[in-house]
Design a protein around this ligand. Structure first.
Ligand code: FAD
Length: 257
């Protein structure tokens, strides 16, 4: 069981960051993951009073505050309209509505979980992470960074007119994904993100160049990642699925049956 001695509702990001510098402190999102651990902490730092539970949209970008719930992502009209419903698709299998009302975007991204639907989806959109001290960092870079004591403020996604599509395979509807694929298309570039391999999502950017064969491109993208075995499936099976789904998503974005 997770235990903590003290609870602080932060009054500013600076205060949250200062408190979090102690080894025994931890920032909390929805605590849906943390509560499953056996950790004992000194202070838990709650960001829910800082107005970071909104999705803001302007002409250039979307900003998703770290305390937004996965349910807000799933239902947000602007995001879903702009990106072909991928936010609905990448959240709808995560446990259940009650759970998605609690789990936050900040916790999902800061955790950098190997099974993460959210990380896989946002990576193909070239999203950026806003860190209180670290500034704005490419999500694909952030995923590789070691865990530190910074505070994740939110996610920024440019409205660059890219098209995107998302799919997962699961052994049962609300299980962790066996493989997760997201493909973005911007002009002649393909952004392919594959997660649950079972490692955390990686991004490959391919130039369409002369090649119009999506299967060839899918093999090239999926071939650049490492796949592993776990109880849900073998690495070889995952790699085959990654090729098939990437090809399928590319065809969907090209409007090919
Ligand atoms: C049973 C179960 C099934 C799940 N299935 C899936 C699934 O199929 N697909 C999927 O994508 N996800 C799945 N998840 C993960 C879930 O969606 C959330 O990602 C997870 O619960 C973390 O979100 P949270 O808000 O609960 O974070 P918390 O548990 O509060 O925090 C998680 C971590 O992030 C840190 N953190 C939180 N917010 C910040 C911040 N703003 N700045 C810095 N650090 C921060 C915390 O310190 C902690 O280390 C599952 C989780 C559970 C428990």
């Amino acid at each position: 069981m997770f235990k903590a001695r003290e609870y602080v509702k932060a009054e500013s990001l600076e205060q949250a960051w200062q408190l979090n510098q102690k080894k025994s402190s931890v920032i909390v999102g929805g605590m849906m993951w943390l509560k499953m651990t056996n950790l004992t902490k000194g202070t838990i730092v709650d960001l829910s009073g800082l107005g970071l539970d909104n999705i803001e949209e302007n002409e250039e970008e979307f900003f998703i505050g770290c305390m937004c719930s996965l349910r807000q992502l799933e239902l947000h009209q602007g995001l879903n309209q702009y990106f072909g419903n991928i936010f609905k698709e990448c959240t709808r299998h995560i446990v259940g509505v009650q759970f998605r009302n609690g789990a936050t975007v900040g916790g999902s991204i800061f955790g950098r979980y190997g099974f993460s639907d959210i990380l896989t989806c946002l990576m193909a959109l070239d999203a950026k992470v806003e860190l209180y001290k670290g500034g704005i960092v490419e999500l694909a870079e952030f995923a590789k960074m070691p865990y530190d004591k910074d505070v994740l403020v939110g996610i920024r996604i440019k409205k660059d007119k890219r098209k995107a599509a998302y799919i997962t395979q699961r052994r049962s509807s609300t299980d962790f994904p066996l493989i997760a694929c997201c493909v973005g298309k911007l002009q002649n570039k393909w952004y392919v993100s594959i997660g649950a391999r079972p490692g955390k999502a990686c991004l490959v950017i391919l130039d369409q160049g002369e090649c119009s064969d999506t299967l060839e491109l899918a093999k090239k993208a999926a071939g650049q990642m490492i796949y592993g075995d776990n109880v849900r499936g073998s690495g070889a099976y995952r790699k085959d699925l990654a090729v098939i789904y990437t090809d399928r998503l590319m065809k969907q974005l090209e409007g090919v049956e």
